[in-house]
Design a protein around this ligand. Sequence first.
Ligand SMILES: NC(=O)c1ccc[n+]([C@@H]2O[C@H](COP(=O)([O-])OP(=O)(O)OC[C@H]3O[C@@H](n4cnc5c(N)ncnc54)[C@H](O)[C@@H]3O)[C@@H](O)[C@H]2O)c1
Length: 385
Amino acid sequence: MLGIAILGSGAIAAVHADAYLRHKDRCELRAVCDLYPEKAQALVESKALTKAAVYKDAEEALSRTDIDAVSVCLPPGAHAKTAIQALRAGKHVLVEKPMATSLAECDEMIKSAEDAGRLLCCVAQNRYKTPNSKVRTLLGQGVAGRVLHATVNSLWWRGGNYYDLWWRGAWDTECGGCVTSHAVHQVDLLLWMLGKPERVTAVIKNVAHDNSECEDLGVAILEYPGMLAQLTASLVAHDEEQEMIFQAERGRLSVPWKTAACRALPNGFPQDAADVKNELQARYDELPDLPLEGHPAQIGNFLAAIKGEAPLDVTGRDGRAALELIMAIYKSSALRQPVSLPLDPGDEFYRRETMTARMPRFYQKKRAVENFADAKITLGRDVGR
Ligand SMILES: NC(=O)c1ccc[n+]([C@@H]2O[C@H](COP(=O)([O-])OP(=O)(O)OC[C@H]3O[C@@H](n4cnc5c(N)ncnc54)[C@H](O)[C@@H]3O)[C@@H](O)[C@H]2O)c1
């Protein structure tokens, strides 16, 4: 039985607790930690975690020898320090997105995992959604031909008071606005499906959130050989639609799922290619649904990898790759010029201090509450539906 600690008992911690409980044949929640122990206690009670002790200090939980793995559910600014502490204490680590607030921190985390011989996994729960998984498989099989244009919409809506939580809306503690905290999901999916772009051109703005230093809107153009991808990250989209559309040589593949296909008339204008569309639909339908989705599925893989039964699906290197593309988006928007990847360790956008010094402060953060009265959150509405 693997002993688990959840570090941080805010909104996402409850999702982790539920996910571990789906695997109670192979793991037991033994420690729950929060700066506010009453929040840890509330989590223990609400999920009936009868074997879990409550801690205020993560180090105390990490000193227990019957803890094998931890979920780091802290604000982004605290991910690296706590993950490294946990790895050095010999624990396997699952860290929430974004993996950290700089590439330097990511590299330190990856090195700590290698030195300790422990697993470092970064949350990317949307990889475990049936439509995402099926579309990625179809892209890998090349059934629609070469992708020519990808449209990635990370569209969310948040009220102004969303940024009243103390760590949100500040470069140091959140590492950015919607490009980091929200679009990180689609950035990870895009990298997983199509790999890394060569160059990025981006603009960010804050159009409606006056308690945040960071952006609430961002548009990026990603250049690949023979292909363009465009990413929109927004917190002002009332319908909160998250979608990924791949227009390929033979037809369209997308999440949410929809296909279409055209072929040319003698004058070059389009005509429905119903045979291709039917073929793409059949290829989609014949792929199996995932047996488990989201956090429960990713945590299942994390536990299986600890036991040596499966390779780890999402590694620290994957979490770093997503942050690298996000940093390239910020660099391009700050410098108002295209940015080539990769970003090397000499780059200003490699370290938190030099990166945050270059970023605009759209507004000064004036309101900061330590905790909201209700910690409940919504996760992506359309992703994976
Ligand atoms: N995967 C997803 O879809 C998803 C969704 C929401 C949040 N998240 C991520 O989860 C992380 C946490 O977000 P949240 O919404 O749960 O935040 P939250 O503020 O609700 O919870 C964080 C908790 O950590 C505690 N804390 C802060 N510093 C601490 C420390 N040093 N030691 C112990 N406890 C400490 C806080 O008191 C708080 O209870 C963030 O990285 C966020 O981006 C992921």
